[in-house]
Design a binder for this molecule. Structure first.
Ligand SMILES: *Cc1c(COP(=O)(O)O)cnc(C)c1O
Length: 373
């Protein structure tokens, strides 16, 4: 049985005609940068999320960098985020001479803990970056309340959670990435909505900020060859926009397929005392970018056993950011974020994509059960 972590080819084959035609149209028009296709896709993104501004860009890392460039922060301003995320979140802060301040995570959801976050606020704090890890939202209502009390920006790193719903205490729903001041998304091929290469986007409901970010993405240009601020060159090309625009129509279906696979995993693995299945919460749906279990002991042995059975699995992330060589200068040490450190020893992400068959799921879960017998 050929089991992959992610099956991009299988997903493509189901919509090949549509995707090929969309690509051919771009090639025939020979408008490869900017142009109608990109704007159409941005409009469809705005409608999907119900957000006023969608600016596409080169990748999710650029999206984060441009969001921070747009906020006019000063060197040394503090930004609170999580040590248990992909490196981009931290990297862009350091590149912009901001001071990352880390706060530990919740052991059940892997997302930043509002209590720990609160303890890190100082007079120099300017922003908070919650990361919706594995596809489930951080507790945004609490985070927004803390931000309001202290006058802080909130930048959502939604790179793993496009399509998830946030559910407020009063029952109203909104899409992940529409609550903070700005949110940053990635179209990396393996993300919930994946391009055939790199891509990203920034969302905001603040039209002024949206205009600034759009200008930053284009070298800080105001009108042709006149530059209002320092910018970058970051754009989604028209071929990627055309592909993504087709796939956006299937995003909800894709997420439903992921949720179905997750339900199968839950059912099959939920009774094993040695592992914890992903926690669900009342305030967010789970888009299952990853299906990540916690293995109390012997995670690496289980991974090895699965590998021999032809089942790939991944550890996101084996070393929290505060223990990474490149970030030692931040001055953190082992023991500073015990929850993140323990999670990095225990997490294991199982194959999760839109094309998993019943047989594959049975095979995977049976091998895991077998390992513990
Ligand atoms: C993927 C990802 C990014 C970066 O996106 P790229 O498109 O690869 O630059 C940032 N943050 C998180 C949490 C991610 O998962």
């Amino acid at each position: 049985m050929n089991i992959q972590m992610v099956d991009l080819y299988g997903q493509y084959m189901k919509i090949k005609n549509e995707v090929d035609q969309a690509m051919q149209e771009v090639i025939a028009s020979s408008v490869f940068v900017k142009g109608g296709k990109v704007f159409e896709f941005e409009e469809n993104l705005r409608n999907y999320l119900n957000v006023s501004e969608a600016i596409t860009c080169g990748n999710g890392t650029d999206a984060l960098q441009m969001a921070f460039m747009a906020l006019n922060l000063q060197p040394g301003d503090e930004v609170i985020t999580t040590p248990f995320t992909f490196v981009s979140t931290l990297e862009v802060l350091v590149l912009l001479k901001l001071k990352p301040v880390l706060a530990d995570i919740d052991p059940g959801t892997f997302n930043i803990s509002p209590e720990k976050l609160k303890e890190k606020i100082t007079p120099k704090t300017r922003a908070i970056v919650p990361v919706h890890l594995y596809g489930q939202c951080a507790p945004m209502e609490e985070i927004m309340e803390i931000a309001r009390q202290h006058g802080l920006y909130v930048i959502e790193d939604m790179c793993q959670a496009l399509g998830a719903d946030y559910i407020f205490t009063d029952g109203t729903r909104t899409k992940a990435g529409t609550i903070g001041d700005i949110s940053c998304n990635s179209f990396f091929p393996t993300k919930n909505l994946g391009a055939f290469g790199d891509g990203g986007s920034v969302f905001t409901n603040d039209e002024k900020l949206g205009a600034v970010i759009r200008s930053i993405a284009n070298h800080g240009m105001s009108k042709k060859y006149h530059y209002r601020q320092i910018g970058v060159n970051s754009r989604l090309d028209a071929l990627q926009a055309a592909i993504l625009d087709v796939k956006l129509n299937y995003l909800d279906q894709y997420i439903a397929a992921r949720q179905e696979a997750a339900a199968f995993y839950d059912q099959a693995l939920g009774n094993l005392p040695e592992i914890a299945i992903p926690e669900r919460i009342s305030y967010s749906t789970h888009s299952f970018h990853q299906y990540t279990i916690k293995v109390k002991t012997g995670r690496d042995q289980l991974q090895e056993y699965l590998k021999h059975a032809g089942i790939p699995s991944m550890v996101y992330y084996p070393l929290p950011l505060h223990l990474q060589e490149a970030y030692q200068f931040l001055g953190y040490k082992k023991g500073d974020f015990p929850v993140a450190e323990e999670c990095s020893q225990q997490v294991l992400s199982l194959p999760m994509h839109t094309e998993l068959s019943q047989e594959q799921l049975e095979y995977i879960t049976n091998r895991i059960i077998e390992f513990y017998r």
